[in-house]
Design a protein around this ligand. Sequence first.
Ligand code: ZN
Ligand code: ZN
Length: 98
Amino acid sequence: MSSSTHPHLGPCPICEQGQIRAARCPDCQGWVALCDECEAIWSDPRQFKTTKPTAQHPTCPHCGTTVEKWKFPNEQQLVRYGLEDMIVNRGAKSGPNS
Ligand SMILES: [Zn+2]
Ligand SMILES: [Zn+2]
């Protein structure tokens, strides 16, 4: 039951080790880009390649809450949000689910 199939948006421009994932704040539902290595956060997932991080885990840049567990939307939700062209591992679905 591995769950390492979350959609990635590409390598982290800050630490160059981690992968950027789109995540959502469980409090305000705001979207962010989050590095799974250095935990840098961008308040706009589309801008992580061109702008500096706006926050650092566990602080939500939108509402300022301390986030214990980010929600990681699946590929379908990212597509609906308009991040389709940013997903680098499209098609890496977690399994038969329809
Ligand atoms: Zn990083
Ligand atoms: Zn928030």
